[in-house]
Ligand binder design. Structure first.
Ligand code: 9MR
Length: 473
């Protein structure tokens, strides 16, 4: 008798009643079961809105199967917790060790995870030898460090924390006093330009803590980013560490702060998230942070600073998403639900958004030289990263196979008119324009037959063209 519309309304009413009963009976479980097509891992759920979900990783834990099991199931971005820092990668000047960091990169590549490089220039975790340097020597050491590390990982890094924690907590927006700052206020932009030259495909980020809300420190960073964008200094992203505890709660203007940076034309990311606490309070705070990122279109991802509570640098705060046994906590479910609830879809992932106005041509060979041996048993070739207004030249000096070892070398190059060298590394330079030459330093003069070494220099204008000369001793 009743018409189909009424029958249908009754069915809907009945369904609504059962759903209400389910809410009462199931409580919070309902939010999981009613989310259509909900992804079941953090990484997959973040990917549904074009974002990533990452974690800090320690290389020595990769052999722990509970650890790597969670890592590979849940996370699609990795930040090495310590392995890419200056003390780890250049323990002695000019001697680079990448073993542990390479292990993490290999793991990421084998499991489809992307990498955030951390950190090229930082006042902390510097190797001991850096403490004895200052002025130009320190500036050149920093440039050499960035060039070598970023070159080693060229093409393998989604984003680099180029400079970490360079602003003070004084409340006056000043720079942090550090040995790097003492080399001149331009050290940060030099670091970014150097990183861009070494790996033009990586996004270049500034990363800091206590910048999560609008305050004097974050405003100082904001002004720096604005200035960089105005002057064409390459910067693509800003990282907000977000180490949250009772002394440092989530600011009320967290989302607004992310948004004001995004409005400058950079991506923003939550880079070292951990939230002290437990239970519902902790779970709710995780949801709040996730929601803030999802509400900002250019917030492209979230990284937590470790996997299990026991992996945390602040393990006493139990600040992470998994307990010591690797079981997901309420905070995990809450973060996942918040991700599954969706948000503003981020723009498609692209490469760096600023930088050279013309793509840097690779004018030199990237492989060992193919030039004929020059007099004295060595040859040299240049790999050039050129951008609008500047360049970094990486020179490979190769001792001719079968010619016997050499104990020293000098390479000569010619710079075009208007070009000038600003600094160099792993060699002693003579001249800054026109004809310039570079001679080995103490640790790279002796080279066996068939072996090679590299040095580099940076300058303004157009880099050298043609084949350099090489004289061996
Ligand atoms: O988690 C890192 C810990 O293992 C190191 O001992 C510590 C040393 O400085 O650095 C920790 O990571 C820091 C990160 O690199 C930068 N932001 C603050 C992090 C916590 O101190």
């Amino acid at each position: 008798m009743s018409d189909p519309l009424v029958r249908s309304r009754r069915r809907l009413a009945g369904a609504a009643l059962s759903a209400t009963a389910a809410v009462v009976a199931l409580g919070t479980v309902l939010s999981v079961s009613t989310t259509a097509n909900a992804a079941s891992t953090l990484g997959a759920s973040a990917a549904a809105t074009g974002r990533y979900f990452g974690t800090a990783v320690a290389a020595y834990k990769l052999s722990d199967t509970v650890y790597s099991g969670i890592l590979d199931r849940e996370f699609n971005m990795i930040t090495p917790e310590n392995e890419m820092k200056w003390d780890a990668t250049e323990p002695s000047q000019g001697q680079f060790t990448f073993t542990s960091a390479d292990q993490i990169v290999a793991h990421a590549q084998a499991h489809g995870q992307r990498m955030r490089g951390h950190a090229l220039a930082w006042h902390s975790q510097q190797p001991g030898w850096v403490a004895s340097l200052s002025g130009t020597a320190l500036r050149n050491a920093m440039i050499n460090h960035i060039t070598n590390v970023a070159t080693h990982y060229k093409g393998k890094i989604y984003a680099w924390d180029v400079v970490n924690e360079a602003f003070s907590d004084n409340g006056d927006g000043s720079r942090r006093q550090s040995n790097l700052q003492a080399t001149g206020n331009d050290w940060i932009e030099v670091a970014f330009k150097t990183a861009r030259a070494a790996d033009p495909g990586a996004k270049l980020c500034y990363n800091d803590y206590n910048t999560d809300g609008v305050n004097a420190k974050s405003t100082a960073v904001y002004n720096m980013v604005k200035d960089f964008k105005a002057r064409g200094v390459p910067i693509d992203c800003v990282g907000f560490q977000s180490h949250i505890n009772s002394a440092s709660p989530v600011p009320s203007d967290y989302q607004a702060n992310l948004q004001r940076f995004a409005d400058l034309g950079v991506d923003v990311q939550i880079t070292e998230l951990d939230i002290a606490g437990s239970g519902t309070a902790q779970a709710n705070t995780y949801a709040r942070v996730v929601q803030a990122c999802l509400a900002v279109a250019r917030c492209t991802g979230i990284t937590v600073w470790g996997i299990r509570d026991s992996d945390s640098w602040r393990s006493g705060d139990t600040p992470l998403l998994f307990d010591n046994n690797g079981n997901p906590k309420a905070a995990y479910t809450s973060a996942l639900n918040a991700l599954n609830a969706g948000g503003t879809t981020t723009p498609p992932t692209t490469g760096p958004t600023t930088g050279p106005t013309t793509s840097p041509p690779t004018t030199g060979p990237t492989t060992p030289p193919t030039t004929p041996p020059a007099q004295g048993g060595c040859s040299a070739s240049v790999s050039l990263n050129q951008w609008n207004g500047g360049f970094v030249a990486t020179v490979t000096v190769t001792v001719t196979a079968g010619s016997g070892a050499v104990n020293g070398w000098t390479v000569g190059l010619t710079l075009p008119s208007g070009a000038a060298v600003t600094n160099s590394w792993n060699a002693t330079g003579s001249g800054t324009s026109g004809s310039v030459s570079y001679t080995n330093v103490a640790y790279n003069g002796s080279i066996a037959a068939g072996q090679n070494t590299q040095f580099g220099f940076q300058g303004t204008g157009t880099g050298p063209a043609g084949t350099p000369s090489c004289t061996a001793r």
